[in-house]
Design a protein around this ligand. Structure first.
Ligand SMILES: [Zn+2]
Ligand SMILES: [Zn+2]
Length: 337
């Protein structure tokens, strides 16, 4: 089978390797059909993640077909069209026992700390695998993972129909949030510096879009929801934005933090107290794939419209370079198999 490995910074090599099938009774083999390139992959590619050892097969947004199933696997069979939940926790620590696997101390992600989807076949625990509806394409299904991230964020925020929601950044995650939040019936403001991305947000039902090159966050939010927004999500993820989010939130607002920025943010406790704000983190997803499959089934989300570029596996190196080069207007690049 073909395996695309990041062998050194900025260099992916495609090689032929032997593949051995199911070993564990609770495992399945997936023939990979489509994999999305995520911002995380781009960071790894450019050597910006020191927790990732090379060589590494990246890719955590994947879909495919089950080609083998272990003897104890009951919910999947050969031929099923599936997606992978890449969040792998230990399952036994107290955090996992309480049901918060995504924040397990030893949590790993396929394609990051373990090999992922940029290869013809992958062997994974069956419990990580979910079927998706027949009429959804593999390319669309590869976007289930970013939607699971959006599902986790909105569920942590307790977002509901009555809420006004502001999203900073209209990349894959921002646009996934816009669609999911509109599906909930909330009012949504999308902010970005790219008109292309903002027009997508509009297409996905955003009630207002603002280019923050021309208008400040403060003015944008004030105009959209005088007095502040109920939920504010920084999908760009830099610490100065967190300080602004505190000011832009309404009373009883929820501020969603999904950033891996290690720099400190200055927050005045009085602002949090006076408005009874909640500052909530959200990391990857915690068993949200079934929810996303339901969204796909109901056509509440439109993953197809988020695909900007597709490449075959042989051209993966070019796919990464083009995605980085066109970062201002590229939403999702898909590698097809
Ligand atoms: Zn991702
Ligand atoms: Zn654990």
């Amino acid at each position: 089978m073909r395996v695309a490995k990041l062998v050194e910074k900025n260099k992916i090599a495609v090689s032929e390797e032997e593949f051995c099938g199911v070993t564990g009774s609770d495992e399945v083999v997936i023939q990979v059909k489509a994999v999305g390139i995520c911002g995380t992959d781009l960071h790894i590619f450019q050597g910006e993640r020191d927790d990732v050892a090379l060589p590494r097969v990246m890719g955590h947004e994947l879909s495919g077909i089950v080609t083998e199933a272990g003897s104890s696997v009951t919910h999947l069979k050969v031929g099923d069209k599936v997606i992978l939940d890449p969040v792998m926790a230990c399952g036994v620590c107290s955090t996992c026992q309480k049901g918060h696997e995504n924040v397990c101390d030893s949590v790993k992600c396929f394609g990051v700390q373990m090999d992922g989807g940029f290869q013809d076949y992958i062997r994974v625990p069956a419990k990580q695998v979910y079927r998706f509806p027949e009429h959804i394409s593999f390319e669309e299904a590869a976007l289930a993972e970013p939607f699971s991230v959006a599902a986790n964020i909105l569920s942590r925020a307790g977002a509901c129909t009555e809420d006004s929601i502001a999203v900073i950044g209209a990349g894959t995650i921002g646009l996934s949030i816009v669609q999911a939040a509109k599906g909930l019936g909330a009012r949504v403001l999308a902010m970005d510096i790219s008109d292309t991305k903002l027009n997508k947000a509009k297409e996905f039902g955003a009630d207002a879009i603002v280019n923050t090159k021309d208008t400040s966050f403060k003015d944008a939010v004030e105009c959209f929801a005088p007095g502040g927004v109920d939920v504010i999500i920084d999908a760009v993820g830099i610490s100065p934005f967190l300080e602004q989010c505190i000011d832009l939130a309404a009373s009883y607002g929820r501020i969603m933090v999904i950033s891996f920025d290690g720099r400190p943010a200055e927050i005045k406790p009085v602002s949090v107290t006076k408005k009874e704000l909640s500052i909530l983190g959200s990391r990857m997803n915690c068993r949200k794939m079934p929810m996303v499959v339901e969204w796909l089934e109901k056509e509440m989300i439109q993953p197809k419209k988020m695909i900007s570029r597709t490449y075959v596996l042989q051209d993966i190196q070019q796919a990464f370079i083009d995605t980085i080069e066109h970062s201002d207007d590229n939403i999702k690049t898909i590698i097809r198999f």
